[in-house]
Design a protein around this ligand. Structure first.
Ligand SMILES: C[S@@+](CC[C@H](N)C(=O)[O-])C[C@H]1O[C@@H](n2cnc3c(N)ncnc32)[C@H](O)[C@@H]1O
Length: 222
């Protein structure tokens, strides 16, 4: 058996070991890495039975050690990130499943065997890929689980964040540097469309409907 299969299972890591693990994880491909404080904030919410992330990197090293079953939807990319991660002695290989390919292709056809306690969105950031990833992953998150959005400074991610702040099915727990931690408190209001049930859509864009709004108002005032 590979040493990594037995070493460092979630529950046996002390606070000191977790701190060291975060430092190690943050040193992986530092040009693309999450803030160490954000990795610590993930660690402080574990351990998890099952988790998933889009993209991969230091967060994958960390989650491999604090999640019994972790799925990373990622591409190799120019930095050959998946290969480099697999070669890391601190990656618990037995608990990570790499689903290789662009998330727009892999997520729609993936089936999870159990609910997730944490989802990290940190893969492609071009609009509307974070939104697309949210659609495919959020329904697998258990109530009480965390949706983690990294890179709030990017407008496409920030738009998703602003939408979520309006909605009642998540609660903002914390923002650590540029990473938001949102807690799922309910399933989103639904139906096959359900746009009108979203608080984000409560107020129409008046520029396109002010005549209708005015007409309805005048009818109502008689
Ligand atoms: C910002 S990095 C992730 C950093 C990582 N969370 C960490 O803690 O170091 C973004 C990752 O997304 C991957 N990526 C980019 N476009 C992707 C796509 N379309 N599908 C899946 N992964 C993608 C990149 O290869 C890279 O590994």
């Amino acid at each position: 058996m590979d040493d990594r299969e037995v070493e460092g299972t979630t529950r046996s890591l002390s606070a000191e070991e977790l701190r060291e693990l975060v430092v190690e994880a943050a040193s992986f491909h530092p040009w693309d890495a999450m803030a160490p404080a954000a990795l610590e904030a993930i660690a402080s919410r574990g351990p998890f039975q099952a988790s998933a992330e889009t993209g991969c990197g230091g967060s994958t090293i960390l989650l491999s050690r604090i999640s019994e079953s972790h799925t990373a939807f990622a591409i190799e990319g120019e930095s050959r990130t998946i290969t480099a991660l697999r070669a890391r002695p601190d990656l618990r290989v037995t608990s990570v499943n790499f689903v290789e390919g662009e998330t727009k292709t892999t997520l729609p056809v993936h089936s999870f065997s159990q609910p997730l306690q944490l989802i990290l969105l940190d893969g492609p950031h071009a609009y509307p890929q974070p939104q697309m990833e949210f659609v495919y992953l959020f329904e697998h998150l258990s109530p009480g689980g965390w949706l983690v959005l990294d890179d709030l400074q990017i407008r496409s991610v920030h738009d998703l964040y602003r939408f979520l702040l309006q909605e009642e099915f998540v609660e903002l727990e914390d923002v650590v540097v540029r990473t938001a931690f949102l807690r799922k408190v309910a399933h989103p209001p639904g139906g096959p469309d359900g746009w009108h049930l979203q608080r984000w859509n409560r107020w129409p864009v008046l520029r396109y409907c002010w005549r209708d709004v005015l007409r309805n108002f005048l009818r109502g005032s008689h």
